[in-house]
Design a binder for this molecule. Structure first.
Ligand code: HEC
Length: 305
């Protein structure tokens, strides 16, 4: 015997209201999540707007986004350097392998002259120590996303989103559609979320994976959005008609007729007022505009004179 599964037409209106509000809230929450992502990542490459570079820098890092690089390139420490040629020397060193030998011959003399007055452990233990190679390397390493931070975000993300997808998917199962299509739409957001999270870690070592991060993230958003929209549509408007039980339909029809009657009365009144006052308003406008035209013409005459 075939097992019967519940569909939206079988569930009560209060259940539908609950589900709708839940889906609606999740949808709004997702829009806020996108906005948050935009604000935290868009300026990473120094240009407004989200781009692949922003994602690469977020996970893989970038040579000129080191703390040292950004401090002296338009940052607060730039003014401490005696010349911009020295700044370029340090920036160039940042793009190389950053060997201790190069450091000693090219960078250390500049730092010793301009920076260690403040950046030495005796004077300011809380500032980066720029008196020796290891200290400088701490602010000169390219900033791949720190592993502990990524692990933290991943576990919060996976736990949180798994619950969201469970509930959104559970509601979506009430939809009426081809079973195989439904199965695919249920699976996609989970798979893409897992790929997305995994590719954060891979992007730390391989910047090309930023594309996978973006594609899988987008796929998750699109498939979850589809679940939400299809569910909301089928819940309330199937084949262009609201779906209710017969008894609910009778009550709703009563309210609908009352609403129509009320609108008729109101529009009737409005029309009557319109007919009464429109000629008066029209006359005032005509008088007013004639007066204004005359004034403007007068003032133009006084100009030409
Ligand atoms: C007059 C004292 C002073 C001098 C000179 C100075 N710094 Fe700083 N530096 C600070 C202070 C204070 C901070 C911490 C406050 C801040 O980040 O603005 C800091 C912070 C930094 C940071 C860390 C920024 C971050 O991302 O946390 C770097 C890198 C840096 N300085 C590099 C340099 C370099 C390179 C020079 C030499 C060209 C230099 N500083 C010269 C006082 C100084």
């Amino acid at each position: 015997m075939e097992k019967l599964c519940l569909r939206f037409k079988d569930i009560s209106v209060s259940e539908k209201m609950l589900y709708s509000l839940f889906l609606f809230t999740i949808g709004i929450g997702y829009l806020f999540a996108l906005t948050h992502m935009y604000y935290t990542h868009q300026m990473r490459d120094g240009k407004p707007g989200m781009s692949v570079d922003d994602v690469v820098i977020a996970y893989y890092g970038s040579q000129d986004q080191t703390r040292l690089g950004s401090a002296i390139k338009g940052g607060p420490m730039e003014s401490n350097l005696k010349s911009s040629a020295d700044r370029d020397t340090i920036l160039r060193w940042l793009t190389t392998d950053k060997t201790p030998n190069d450091f000693k011959t090219t960078v250390a003399p500049i730092l010793n002259r301009d920076c260690v007055i403040c950046h030495s452990p005796q004077i300011n233990p809380s500032l980066p120590d720029l008196t020796h190679y290891e200290g400088v390397m701490e602010v000169a390493s390219s900033k791949a996303a720190p592993l502990p931070g990524l692990v933290k975000v991943s576990h919060i993300h996976l736990f949180g989103i798994a619950f969201i997808l469970l509930f959104v998917g559970r509601i979506f199962i009430y939809c009426e559609m081809s079973t195989s299509l439904k199965r695919i739409i249920i699976v996609i957001p989970f798979i893409s979320m897992l790929i997305d999270t995994l590719s954060w870690f891979i992007t730390r070592g391989n910047p090309s994976f930023a594309y996978v991060v973006i594609a899988s993230g987008a796929l998750m958003g699109i498939s979850m959005g589809a679940q939400i929209l299809i569910s909301l549509y089928q819940m309330w408007f199937d084949q262009g008609k609201m779906v209710f039980l017969v008894s609910q339909q009778i009550i709703l029809d009563k309210y609908r007729h009352r609403a129509i009657d009320l609108t008729k009365i109101l529009t009737g009144r409005c029309y009557a007022y319109f007919c009464q006052y429109a000629p008066i308003v029209w006359r005032e406008i005509k008088i007013g505009s004639a007066y204004l035209t005359k004034k403007t013409l007068d003032s133009m005459k006084s100009f030409t004179r």
